[in-house]
Design a protein around this ligand. Structure first.
Ligand SMILES: Nc1ncnc2c1ncn2[C@@H]1O[C@H](COP(=O)(O)OP(=O)(O)OP(=O)(O)O)[C@@H](O)[C@H]1O
Ligand SMILES: [Zn+2]
Ligand SMILES: [Zn+2]
Length: 829
């Protein structure tokens, strides 16, 4: 048998499958999707088996053999292997990069150097060995193979002698592929097969063995295996007590794998399905029907905030599970809050695995293995959970589908929405994209014109809507506050008079307030107030950020850091100010305006610690604070009954970014945060503070009017050939020297233009812009230039990009030019 293997070297030359022979003994352990160790040049590398064949077209005598198998169960399914190939074509990445993205970090390869004794002896040169060298050889032989590092540690002063043994062929060096993470094991105590004997044994024990009797009594009450440590602490006994019983053969102690379950200590109150409102019922009916019929529909569910989308998800999943099929739910990382997890665990109990980035490597690995073992049928997680290795998917749900976090910014630069559609196609599964403010891309695909252009790869979407909140609760009233007027009237504070009054009222009534301040609106920087000097990173074209907690100023791109400044390096003035995070300043001001006010601040600084997110939200829910103040984190998914006031402090901060999606982002953020108010009995009120009160994104958000926003925005996008009408590809080149970069950029652009002309006959319109300096023109001492492609019409863009990029092969190989391609980019910097 022969295997085609994709090896762990992300490079153009190795971006294809290599052939290996599968030794007879490994046949039963290797399948498509298995990880293997294979010889590659002088090394052993990890690889993924992507095909298996009986024969080979190559010279069988020259084919090397697979050296190691790494798993008992392949971590990837044949479907995911296929998906990897699709991703590498769609997003222009190496196949290995796509495959690696699908498995938990714990399984990424770790290479260990081992030594073993070279047999047969006598091949070696006839050197006189020292006694210590003989000893080393003996030691290695007794162990079969020893990790080089541990050998060097054991014979710490004999490094040179060991090197000599290797050089002269007594010992042989080899590389083993190991998992970064191993399973966690714990000593576990097992009761006897037949419990009837316990009583007899208890009698048999002497009176002095009271503790041992207690252990046996324990198993009479709880006849299931228990971790040794637990048993010891429960009965307050020592390990020797239990060991004594094991020596008699009455109990058994064994090492057993334990699962790290981050939610193990939590109990979730079981919930049952709510009777649906007519709107929910309608939507649920459509989804259920599609799941039942394996129809591969992609639904775009537009439901206003508080319309009860989550309940629809839950019941749709239930009907999917009833058919014996599995479901994936994606939520944005920051809204994967305990509250969200609770809702799913409450309904589906231990049939749910949770995957998010705040888990440790080990926890993630264990959650993932629950899927592989078929212990769970539902996965809820952030972006990468879309790769959950289910084999019988019936439903994929993407909540807040407009969120930008579904697009991965490093290679593979995939969008989870597209991957979801691809997986659903394979499984005959349905996809539900839910949002109060769908992305223009998704909305476009529900329009009649998109239906005409639909293909298997880019199907049309079907629109479902829930325009009202459950139980007829009204959407909150939104007031726009013109901050220019405030200034004219002499108010220099961050709070308008109206918002100030509203907060005061909430404090009196013991109701709660959510305040949103977009982080990007108030940069955290260092400026001299005498001469205007701003501290910039010496390696990147960006200003340094002040971190109050570590008293350092730091570059977010390259990690460069220095201590906070006490005098201006330019003019020597002492009036140098470190501007803390915006939220920090707001917190201070709140304290001054409302003495005694209890504020919870949630931003990057206060949520780095594990579990802190959860802690703050629980405190807020328990009404231990009056105000929850934060960045986007506070805008999503929260459902607290006493929140009756929401304030957006600088609504237009996103609007000023140089990005064609800035109006869309502003509309979405304001709608989301406004949606946190008045979700239960108490009615809500919202204040939006802005310097551009007439902007259509702010006006439509204040009226809860998605349609008018969308119509206006679609017009603008069409006018400027932006998505969703045209698609974009961003190609960024970087190098230490500008002249080479500029030359390469020109070569690439003219090649792209040449190729695009040849496409015109096929009805594909393509425009090539650039090369121009990137908005962030230097990162880590490398300058950056970009070309942007805008195109419309059905075409496979990958072969064209590949052809174009080939003109730079020499510069990439010889001069270390780097080229990165982003298909359907989100960040244009
Ligand atoms: N059929 C129902 N009957 C009664 N209450 C319901 C029903 N469906 C949902 N709810 C309740 O309505 C509230 C809002 O629902 P949910 O959080 O699912 O809204 P949502 O559409 O996901 O909102 P958002 O987009 O703002 O997150 C929740 O407290 C939920 O328990
Ligand atoms: Zn100065
Ligand atoms: Zn830097």
């Amino acid at each position: 048998m022969y295997a085609k293997v994709i090896v762990d070297v992300p490079a153009k030359q190795t971006n294809r499958a290599f052939d290996y022979m599968v030794p007879e003994a490994m046949k039963d352990w290797i399948a498509v999707g298995s990880r293997v160790g294979v010889p590659f040049g002088p090394r052993t590398l990890q690889g993924f088996v992507v095909e298996l064949h009986e024969g080979t077209e190559l010279d069988a005598g020259k084919i090397k053999s697979v050296a190691q198998t790494l798993d008992l169960t392949p971590p990837l399914t044949p479907e995911l292997v296929k998906l990897g190939r699709w991703m590498s074509r769609t997003y222009m990445c190496h196949e290995i990069t796509a495959l690696q993205a699908m498995i938990p970090g714990a399984l990424k390869a770790k290479y260990e150097r081992h030594v073993c004794v070279r047999e047969p002896e006598g091949q070696q040169q006839n050197t006189m060995l020292l006694p210590i060298q003989h000893e080393i050889i003996q030691y290695v032989r007794s162990k079969e193979s020893v990790e080089l590092e541990s050998l060097l540690a054991r014979y710490a002063s004999e490094g040179v002698l060991i090197r000599q043994l290797i050089d002269e062929g007594y010992l042989e060096e080899m590389q083993l592929v190991k998992d970064r993470m191993t399973t966690k094991k714990a000593l576990t105590v097992f009761p006897p097969e037949s419990l009837e004997q316990l009583d007899a044994w208890i009698d048999e024990l002497s009176v002095r063995a009271a503790k041992q009797k207690e252990v046996l009594e324990h198993f009479k009450r709880h006849p299931e295996p228990i971790k040794l440590t637990e048993l010891l602490s429960e009965l307050n006994i020592s390990a020797s007590t239990v060991k004594g019983l094991a020596e008699r053969g009455w109990l058994r102690i064994e090492e057993v794998e334990v699962q790290r379950d981050p939610y193990a200590s939590r109990t979730f109150r079981p919930t049952s399905p709510l009777p649906l409102t007519p709107e929910q019922q309608q939507v649920f009916g459509c989804i259920r029907e599609s799941v039942n019929a394996r129809e591969r529909h992609v639904f775009l569910l537009q439901g206003v905030t508080g319309s009860g989308k989550t309940e629809v998800y839950l019941q749709s999943i239930q009907s999917c599970l009833d058919l014996g099929r599995e479901a994936i739910v994606l939520v944005p990382e920051i809204s994967l809050t305990p509250q969200m997890v609770e809702r799913f665990k409450g309904r589906f109990g231990n049939r749910v695995a949770v995957l998010h980035s705040r888990l440790s490597h080990g926890e993630r690995y264990d959650e993932w293995r629950k899927i592989v073992r078929r212990d769970v049928q539902v996965v809820i997680g952030a972006r990468s959970a879309i790769f959950a290795p289910f084999t019988n998917l019936g439903l994929i749900i993407i909540d807040e589908e407009h969120e930008t976090t579904y697009k991965q910014e490093e290679s593979p630069k995939y969008h989870a929405r597209d991957v979801a559609v691809a997986r659903a196609r394979y499984h005959g599964a349905s996809v539900v994209l839910g949002s109060a403010t769908p992305s223009l891309e998704s909305m476009y695909r529900t329009l009649p014109q998109a239906k005409q252009q639909a293909t298997v790869h880019r199907p049309a979407f079907e629109l479902l809507s829930m325009p009202s909140r459950v139980e007829g609760r009204p959407l909150p009233k939104v007031n726009i506050i013109d901050m220019r007027e405030e200034l004219k009237n002499g108010n220099r504070s961050m709070f308008s008079r109206a918002l100030y009054k509203a907060i005061e009222e909430r404090l009196q009534k013991k109701e709660q307030t959510v305040l949103l301040l977009n982080r990007r609106g108030y940069a955290t920087f260092v400026m001299c107030r005498t001469c205007g000097y701003v501290a910039d990173c010496p390696h990147c074209d960006i200003s340094l950020t002040y971190h109050q907690s570590s008293k350092a100023i730091r570059c977010h791109y390259c990690g460069y850091a220095e201590r906070e400044l006490s005098v201006c390096p330019d003019c020597g003035s002492e009036h140098i100010r470190h501007f803390g995070t915006g939220t920090q300043r707001v917190e201070e001001e709140l304290g001054k305006l409302f003495p005694g006010i209890r504020v919870i601040r949630m931003d990057v600084d206060t949520t780095t610690e594990k579990g802190s997110h959860e802690k703050w939200l629980t405190m807020f829910r328990n009404r231990q604070a009056d105000v929850l103040l934060g960045t986007q984190m506070v805008a999503k998914g929260l459902d607290f009954p006493y929140v009756t006031l929401v304030g957006a402090l600088a609504a237009d901060s996103v609007l000023n970014l140089p990005d064609f999606r800035s109006a869309e982002r502003t509309f979405q953020l304001l709608t989301q945060v406004a949606g946190r108010a008045g979700r239960h009995q108490l009615p809500g009120e919202v204040f939006v503070q802005t310097y551009t009160p007439e902007h259509y994104s702010i006006v439509s958000a204040s009226r809860h009017d998605y349609t008018s926003f969308m119509n206006k925005e679609m017009q603008i996008r069409q006018l400027h050939n932006y998505p969703p009408f045209h698609r974009l590809v961003l190609i960024t080149l970087s190098h230490e020297q500008v002249p080479l970069l500029l030359r390469s950029g020109e070569v690439l652009a003219s090649r792209l233009k040449e190729l695009s002309r040849s496409l015109a006959d096929g009805g594909v319109e393509m425009e090539v812009l650039g090369p121009v300096a990137s908005p962030i023109s230097r990162i880590k001492d490398r300058y950056r230039f970009q070309c942007m492609i805008k195109y419309r019409g059905e075409t496979e863009i990958a072969p064209l990009l590949e052809q174009a990029a080939a003109v730079l092969d020499d510069a990439v190989k010889g001069q270390k030019l780097t080229l990165s391609i982003d298909v359907d980019p989100f960040i244009l910097m």
